[in-house]
Design a protein around this ligand. Structure first.
Ligand SMILES: [Zn+2]
Length: 64
């Protein structure tokens, strides 16, 4: 499976499977705070290896 670096994608649970940490290419774990259908409105993505964290705001993952 092709892993894509995070850009300005609308975040949904299917997309999680193809996203990778831009720093180390590892998998990301998703914490959902608010969701609508399959879209994640707010929450966070954390790299399982290097611990890089992205906030998801209005469905868009933002590097912090
Ligand atoms: Zn990483």
């Amino acid at each position: 499976m092709i892993k894509l670096p995070i850009k300005e994608y609308k975040m949904n649970k299917t997309l999680l499977n193809i996203l990778a940490c831009p720093q180390c290419k590892s998998s990301l774990s998703l914490v959902v705070e608010e969701e609508r259908d399959d879209e994640v409105i707010t929450g966070s993505l954390t790299c399982t290896k290097c611990g890089l964290v992205f906030r998801i705001i209005e469905t868009i993952p933002a590097f912090i």
